[in-house]
Ligand binder design. Sequence first.
Ligand code: DQA
Length: 152
Amino acid sequence: MRILVLHGPNLNLLGRREPSIYGSTTLADINSALEQQADAIGIALETFQTNAEHALLERIHNAAADGFDGILINPAAWTHTSVALRDALAACGLPLVEVHLSQPSARESFRHVSLVADLAAGRVEGFGADSYRLGLEGLVAVVRAAADRASE
Ligand code: DQA
């Protein structure tokens, strides 16, 4: 199984960006914890962060052809604004899980809207860096269940 982990804009600043909201864990810490988790459960994982929306869209367009089975994504601010991101995720057809470090649903009202939530198999928010760990666990279960159904 191959999972693509996508991080949206400003997440490269984790660790020094509003630590009272996002904590002190850096993106490198999060990626290395996900890589260890992937090793432990015997799956492959690739991580990608960008501040350029077109670069994120292109990774999503190519995800299935690149051999990925599922997408774990923190779309960051684009969660609330990007119809283009939503359309790319819908088009790619892969199972996805949406994660957030903070709890957008308990913050400003403009963060209450997620344009991708209804495309996702599940959403994990509010657990800091642990949201990614829990999200990956959920996504792996979803991909395995789909593979089991396909082989029946
Ligand atoms: C975020 C929440 C978003 O509202 C915000 O724009 C982010 C980070 C989170 O992980 O908590 O950049 O996705």
